[in-house]
Design a protein around this ligand. Structure first.
Ligand code: HSE
Length: 305
């Protein structure tokens, strides 16, 4: 018995919602194929060139599959063949795609035995291996699709947020920003005046998404706590933001912990212009880059067969 899935990239934080908001992308995505094998345990085959570990204890998908097998009391093993298109370290939820894909794949293979909360809990084991902390703001939209709010991790409280059909443009400048480092540099305390601004923006963003109010979404895409610290790791970040907004984007910012930057737009024509602007900015300073012009993925991990 085997199944094949597409596990999508995700944009975590959505600017003001550090560790609590995220959305799934139509592109890029990873492809994972799962098979039941007689030998107990997990076998990993990588079909890409990223050189990720094949030892299941050291592989994000591997630790999730091991935990899923244990939780289910499954007597056989699982072989997974992974073809990643989401580059590790891009800020586009590469580890979450592996972790969430593994949780959904295992659940399906063993007979749809896990709830959404179970799958998120299992996938967080993979995120912990990758980033050192359990967070679900990439995993949840990856599994469910759309925009999601993680109101709480302990206990897990996930709220899917209805959202308009927006376009998402993403640039991945090929520089290295490790999530662990990008978390390490953050200030541990915030001023009350900044916190007030931030929660006003989060509430405004959520209200704007559910009521299809693009002007409200646009003015709520502001981060006074995380972005001022992290953006110094990303060359020409302010330029990208200013020029993309001048071209009509609603707004955007760092995707997850970076270095990718995302922008939301109302239509494909603006989203395409925004992509060209992003590309030119990084081409001009000789930083290799990938640009995606895509939409919000409303379904999350997709089972192909
Ligand atoms: N919320 C996380 C962060 C996402 O910004 O550190 C990165 O995986």
């Amino acid at each position: 018995m085997s199944i094949k899935i597409k596990s999508p990239g995700t944009v975590a934080n959505l600017v003001c919602g550090f560790d609590i908001l995220g959305l799934a992308l139509k592109e890029p995505y990873d492809i994972m194929e799962f098979e039941v094998i007689d030998e107990p345990g997990v076998v990993i085959v990588n079909k890409d060139s990223f050189g990720l570990p094949t030892d299941p204890e050291k592989n994000v998908a591997g630790v999730v599959l091991l935990a899923a097998i244990e939780k289910a009391g499954f007597q056989k093993g699982i072989k997974v063949t992974i073809e990643k298109q989401i580059k590790p370290g891009s800020g586009l939820g590469s580890s979450a795609a592996s972790a969430a894909g593994a949780a959904v794949g295992a659940a399906r293979l063993m007979g749809d035995i896990f709830s959404t909360d179970d799958m998120v809990q299992l996938a967080m084991i993979g995120e912990k291996l990758a980033t050192g902390v359990k967070h679900a703001d990439n995993i949840t939209p990856c599994i469910l699709g759309g925009v999601t709010l993680i109101r709480s991790i302990y206990p897990l409280d996930i709220i899917p947020i209805a959202s308009p059909d927006l376009y998402v443009t993403v640039v991945h400048p090929q520089i290295e920003v490790r999530t662990a480092d990008a978390r390490q540099i953050l200030r541990k305390q915030v001023y009350l005046k900044d916190a007030i601004k931030q929660w006003g923006n989060i509430a405004g963003l959520v209200a704007g998404l559910v009521s299809n109010d693009n002007a409200l979404i646009s003015r709520s895409l502001e981060d006074v706590i995380i972005e001022p610290v992290r953006s110094i790791l990303i060359p020409n970040f302010d330029d990208v933001k200013t020029q993309c907004k001048a071209a009509g984007a609603l707004g955007g910012g760092i995707s997850g912990s970076g270095p990718s930057i995302f922008m939301l737009s109302e239509n494909e024509s603006i989203a395409t212009d925004v992509g060209q602007i992003m590309k030119k900015i990084y081409d001009d300073i000789d930083i290799e880059n990938n640009v995606y012009v895509t939409t919000i993925n409303k379904t999350g991990v997709e089972v192909m067969h």
